[in-house]
Design a protein around this ligand. Sequence first.
Ligand code: FE2
Length: 374
Amino acid sequence: MHTLTDQQSTVGQDTFPIKGTDHIEFYVGNAKQAAHYYQTAFGFELVAYRGPETGVRDRASYVVQQDKIRLVLTSALGPDHEVAHHVHKHGDGVKVLALWVDNAEEAYYTALERGAESAFPVEKMEDEHGWIKTAAIKTYGETIHTFVERHAYHGPFMPGFVAKKSELEIVPAGLRYVDHCVGNVELGAMNKWVQFYQDVMGFKLLVTFDDKDISTEYTALMSKVVSNGNGYIKFPINEPAKGRKKSQIEEYLDFYRSAGVQHIAVATDDIIYTVNYLRKHGVDFLYVPDTYYETVSQRVGEIKEDLKELQRLNILIDRDEEGYLLQIFTKPVQDRPTVFYEIIQRAGARSFGKGNFQALFESIEREQALRGTL
Ligand code: FE2
């Protein structure tokens, strides 16, 4: 993760330094099988484990990693357990968006001083590989941000976890790092959470989308994107907007039963390789009609990639003042229509694919109609 630290040192005036995304923890019904899915479908490698065999009696956690992306998949081992309750209510979903910091204690107390609510206090954990400090604050829904200080730790993940390898022969899918994580919040709550990130972590408002930008005949959404000082953390926050029928954000909120993480965008340097890989390994993507590609060249101009190949794989293209980007969205990765992934390759563009919202919305509505929730 050297590039993150190097660039960090050039950033001044950051009132809440964050070095990057440390990990994302999902609470799931069956962590063992989820770990298998992320290995075989997404090309993650199993790196660490904690559970009954390591002396933890109430839960099992699998850590899978691909380049800088680290996912933790956790299941409860009994019914009367925080993780079981979370899964009962929300289905499989993101519990923790963990942020990598130099000083967890300072981050935590600064956040509390600025109005954040504690999720758990500072904890120092140690084993033969060194020590780690963590502490956490609450954000939207039941999601939390854990601050992770790990400069004194050299083990596979955290104290309490043991290194674990799988017999599976995994070839990486080319996924490199978390580009952004999107939250869906209740109608009227978007500005409160944007303010929260501004007040508590000194995030800046990058961009605003309203229902004029993102709407179809039926549904609409409002979105604001906040970003931390060095730009490594980007959190778009969506809320539903009034449309003629149920919006995709409302559908999410109905099924997740609260605000929560809607999608995680992961970056690749070669989206054609990555999407070929993911499709071959069983990942389902949203469908984009061929008509999208009839006009896309006029909109985005010259690009390096073969348009035919992008069309065959259903990859979307957008351009801003700084360059272009390629992106594609998976279908939800669990039965509830909640969390999904975005695969993104940036060629200069730092935006989020506004030019694709229309096509995307129409595609999501086709899926909603199939589910009978439009
Ligand atoms: Fe996104």
